[in-house]
Design a binder for this molecule. Sequence first.
Ligand code: ADP
Length: 488
Amino acid sequence: MIPNIETGIFGLISNFILEISKIKDFNTAHESIENLIKSLIDIENFYIFKKENDVIIKENPETPESDLSDIIKWSFERSEFSIFPEDNGSYIVLPVGSKNKIFFVYAAFTKDVEFSNQIITLIKIISFLAGNQIENIYLYNEILEKNTLIEKNKNFLDNILNTTKDCIAVITSNLENAFSNSHFSELSNEITEKINEQVLLCFSSGNNSSVEITVDEKTYGLDLLLMENNSENMVMAILRDISGTKELERLKKIDKMKMEFLSMISHELRTPLSAIKAYSETIVSSEESLEKEMLDDFMNTILNESYHLEKLLNDLLDFSKLELKTLKIETENFDIVPLIKEIINSMADFAKNNSVNIISEITDESIDVTMDKTRMRQILLNLLQNSIKYSDPEKADKWVKISLNTSEEEKIQIVFEDNGIGIDEKEQSKVFEKFYRVDSSLNYKVQGTGIGLSIVKDLVQLHNGTIDLESSLKKGSKFILTFNRKVI
Ligand code: ADP
């Protein structure tokens, strides 16, 4: 039942509040307002006007055209309640909303022409309460819409961040995750610890960084980017499994090396073979006319080139055995001093031909070792041969020094030092890699396969020994072999 004005002002206002609180949406709002206005005055007709894109729209079609349009326009602009007298009654015009936004204008026609102050105040109260309620609904709906939009955007972002294969997190300086995608949350403790170490370095250096980390034989690329969020410094960590790419790179590199190796080895094999062929043909075709001295010379060349061929083939054989891991060392007890001297002697001619002076600092004192003698011979020969091969043609006094350090009872150290072309610092670790040859004008004149030092390194490791290199470009190189005297 609609309350009567006689109910008392408080009862009336509480009924207003009750009725207005029933407003749940814009479409039914006018019904409540209608009920309340009707409780105060007799209404003949009522009309609703809305404004869309600055155009005023009539909600009920029977709305009179001409006489109301200006009033309604004014009402939208001023947002004030007003009464307009007409020929046989009055229009009550009630804008519903707040100063900022009028949601609709309610206009009602009544035959009354005079209104008490009390009625006007009460209609104003209805207008105020309805405006508030509708604004609240409007704001509530807006918040709901915004929340739905935020939720949607968040889900979309989550979806993107969880679909990427990368592990992404934003980490604070206390190493707490301000954000992490699902892949990051699944990382093992070991990886997380490594990431955290790098994050701390990134905070302390104040620079972004890109590093590679290896865990359980997998390689990861880690990008760390400094960022600021709400005035707090953070680091965004992006981790990517790059094992596949690394493996592909490795296979491509091996493939390239194999091709280079094949072309280089055919060249290496052809050179001594051509020499042997040419000298043999000369001997066969003119054996009788050749003087003994010349014949000896030819025969020596053939022999030397055969040794060269033999060495190349042995290197290849060892290389494939080492690759297949079928090469085993066979130890025996022997005195290493005569072995080193034998190597020096065998290289005497080669050194002479290259104008290199071999300085031996080896004494006659016996040093007994338990090693693979054949393989030790191979190691020493290779290093001495390289020291001579890579002598510096620009130096008048070329030398190679061989020394033996026996200061430690259980160990021996054999050192090959030369004043040759030397090896640049950034190349030093690479010279032990398979097929690697330093690419320089100093080096390119000397023939080689790039597998000698890789074989030496593997053979040294099979003896549980180490090989160290100290070198300086254009000054010379020092290869230091260290072994236990007894290789078990
Ligand atoms: P290569 O058949 O080319 O001699 P190695 O594996 O024995 O192959 O050596 C690899 C590379 O290391 C050589 O090509 C050369 O560039 C460098 N090298 C080795 N020994 C020396 C040395 N004593 N002085 C300067 N460079 C050297």
